[in-house]
Design a protein around this ligand. Sequence first.
Ligand code: MTE
Ligand code: MO
Length: 514
Amino acid sequence: MIHHAHRRPGRGAAAAAATVAAAAVLAVGHLVAVFVAPAASPFFVLGATVVDNTPKWLKDSAIRWFGANDKLALAISMAVVMVLAASLLGQLARRRFAVAAAVLTALGVTVAFLAVGRPAATAWFAVPALAGTLTGVAALAVLFLGFAGSAQPDERHAGPTRRGFVLALAGVTAGVVAAGVAGRYLATRLRDIGADRAAFRLPPVAKPAPPVSAGMDLAVPGITPFVTDADEFYRVDTALQLPSLTRGEWRLRIHGMVEREIRLDFDELAGREAVESVITLTCVSNEVGGDLLGTARWTGYRLADLLAEAGPSPEADMVLSRSIDGFTASTPLAALTGNQDALLAVAMNGAALPVAHGYPARMIVPGLYGYVSATKWVVDLEVTRFDRVEAYWTQREWAPRAPIKTASRIDVPAAFATLSPGEVVIAGVAWAQGRGIAAVEVQIDDGAWQRATLAEAYSLDTWRQWAWRWDALAGTHSLRVRATDSTGYVQTDERTTPFPDGATGQHSRVVTIR
Ligand SMILES: Nc1nc2c(c(=O)[nH]1)N[C@H]1C(S)=C(S)[C@@H](COP(=O)(O)O)O[C@H]1N2
Ligand SMILES: [Mo]
């Protein structure tokens, strides 16, 4: 009689087998999601769940430690956790296969539940995780049970069983890799979001935005152009994988404290009046002198009109917008109903929104930082109250209300530049959306503040270029800028961090003249 213990794979083999079974759940789930809904991939569902539930201290440290690689750091941590958990599952499977299979099933079903709970999910969102789980459990059975019957008494002998196990492991691994590669390939072939974007036609606008005139660009070499190219535009979001949402799939639901709920698809937008607006979008995380802001000509539909159709309750004071990937922003209702330039934007600088900037539709609200207003891939607007619900960053203690602060930046000369004595043009941009820039001043070392020349203003909601001609003398000098907005507020010298509602402080640069 063969002793029971001899039928088990060794510890290492068990860990490898269970890791491959767990990878099968993700790979097959990802492949099936290509056909069902890409956002339902167990991979993204887990990633998004982790991102949404990472405590603020950990997220802040991750951003501090890894900077822009925070998403890569997350993927690596998740992979490490998965391998560790799967190794434990493997040890369990060696002893009690049925219990291990039940645990894997329970985990898979949990992911299916999480998938159904994602924003804009349907019951179909459970399918990829369930299909993946079935495959994973089958892989586990093949690897742990399939070859146990003819076990060699001692694993160290390279008998048929051991060879069989290795072959099975290799076969299942190959299957998992094939499913993963097929998922990635098909995702780009079947879901050609590029073709969907290319087929987009800009809606005719009844009243085009005023043109950007020559006087708005001072044409100083190196200064930030008035309009930012879409591919130069800063990008900030929590998305691990850019959502791929076609116009055909896109839906917008307006609900909550409204007289009537509204559901719109993209074709229904075409029947509405499209408008155009040039707006400077700004990120609250922009440091003094930073480049997390840009100006574009946005085309879209007035949020005021869409909300009016739904009829917000007089008790409501906020709109919670939600993206396909679960990001939320809380925007004061009055900022949407009281501003004709608050848009459900579908185009940027005359072309469909780039996927990274919210294709096929996003919000653009003048005067508010992006995290409380500029939801990309927006699919849901809930009319509600600030005292009822908190948005993504507000839950992480950023300010619930976040108007953009008056600020200015030096674009030229570059930091630590070495220049020749004589005329040096100091120039940059200043912004105070909603109020407008009234003056910009420059200070050299401890000298008097000097009035810069302002470019023509486009509107209160856009940045404004400024320039000042300096007769530079030899030496090392510090250049400093401050803006005054139309309310008379002079940009403070007091330095604060972006957290919780935007940085303050004046931008300065050191240059050498010789
Ligand atoms: N879906 C989604 N929309 C989002 C975000 C996000 O993380 N997810 N980030 C917001 C923030 S913080 C900013 S500053 C703007 C940036 O928009 P952009 O990437 O087009 O410049 O998008 C906003 N909209
Ligand atoms: Mo932001």
